[in-house]
Write a protein that binds this ligand. Structure first.
Ligand code: G
Ligand code: G
Ligand code: MN
Ligand code: NA
Length: 258
């Protein structure tokens, strides 16, 4: 209750920030994308877990305004990286279903791109399966508008939501992110349970068949990395590579990378 009240003022009081976690393109070893992750640091309570405050922001409707701020911040930073590095780095922004289902969502994205001068091809939105399966006609229209703009769509936490695979074929989706619970099951590569290996390999296979990019999230060990690489997974993200970091820290990492 106290947190809910405090969150109402978080944005205007400058308590919100974002961090970036690099996503590596495995064949080249380069950072091709960065996931944008929202943080709330309260002066008294310290860092509040996103699991807690995002749920609060969704139920109060503040996620719409906060999500717009995240889009603006991420696009502006991506534009700076683009100017600095002369090469495109894609920022991937998590979008709540509450935010996505607003009629104002597509205009919000357009505005963030216009204000920042970032090309749409440098922005990817992460949606969960749950978001994509709700109100199919609204979702379909929004996804097509975004595709028209040139923005990419990723399915986050893939494999944990409704299991209707037809949407992967029917909707304009560019990539899937294999939920880290599946990657966790690969923790002991030598003795990873056969079903876990088969499951992740099958998900990578589905993605490749449908011409989707596939990201393995939650990679924490070289064993897990070698497995997903051997399945033909293109991208990976996780503590094994890097934790979410401030923009400045990622800028330094990118300078070493190029
Ligand atoms: O940052 P962390 O790994 O703790 O994220 C926890 C959860 O919060 C994840 O499910 C992530 O997708 C979600 N999350 C982080 N940043 C944002 C954001 O800007 N918007 C939304 N809707 N969810 C976010
Ligand atoms: O639901 P979503 O995939 O957006 O969640 C992103 C969350 O996953 C962030 O809170 C991020 O800090 C966390 N995360 C990123 N890499 C790893 C990892 O290797 N292991 C674990 N346990 N969490 C991770
Ligand atoms: Mn995500
Ligand atoms: Na995820």
């Amino acid at each position: 209750k106290v947190l809910e009240r405090e969150f109402q003022f978080a944005l205007q009081r400058g308590q919100l920030s974002v961090v970036y976690q690099p996503i590596f393109h495995l064949p080249s070893g380069e950072v091709h994308k960065a996931e944008v992750l929202l943080r709330w640091t309260h002066p008294e309570f310290g860092a509040v877990s996103p699991g807690t405050f995002i749920a609060m922001a969704e139920s109060s409707g503040q996620i719409i305004q906060v999500g717009g701020w995240v889009l603006d911040t991420a696009c502006a930073q991506a534009r700076r990286w683009r100017d600095l590095l002369g090469q495109p780095l894609v920022v991937t922004v998590n979008v709540s279903p509450v935010q996505f289902l607003q009629p104002s969502f597509v205009p919000q994205v357009k505005n963030a791109l216009l204000r920042s001068g970032l090309p749409a091809s440098a922005l990817e939105l992460e949606l969960t399966e749950g978001a994509v399966m709700q109100q199919p006609s609204t979702v379909r229209a929004a996804l097509h508008d975004l595709r028209q703009l040139g923005v990419s769509i990723a399915i986050d936490d893939f494999g944990t939501g409704y299991s209707s695979l037809s949407y992967l074929r029917d909707l304009p989706i560019n990539s899937i992110k294999i939920d880290r619970s599946f990657i966790r099951d690969l923790a002991t590569p030598r003795r990873a349970p056969q079903y876990a290996v088969a499951l992740v390999e099958a998900i990578v296979g589905i993605a490749r068949t449908l011409d989707l990019q596939v990201v393995a999230e939650g990679i924490e060990s070289s064993g897990q990395l070698e497995l997903v690489r051997s399945f033909g997974c293109d991208f990976a993200q996780g503590y094994h590579f890097a934790r979410p970091m401030e923009a400045q820290a990622l800028t330094e990492l990118l300078h070493h990378d190029v």
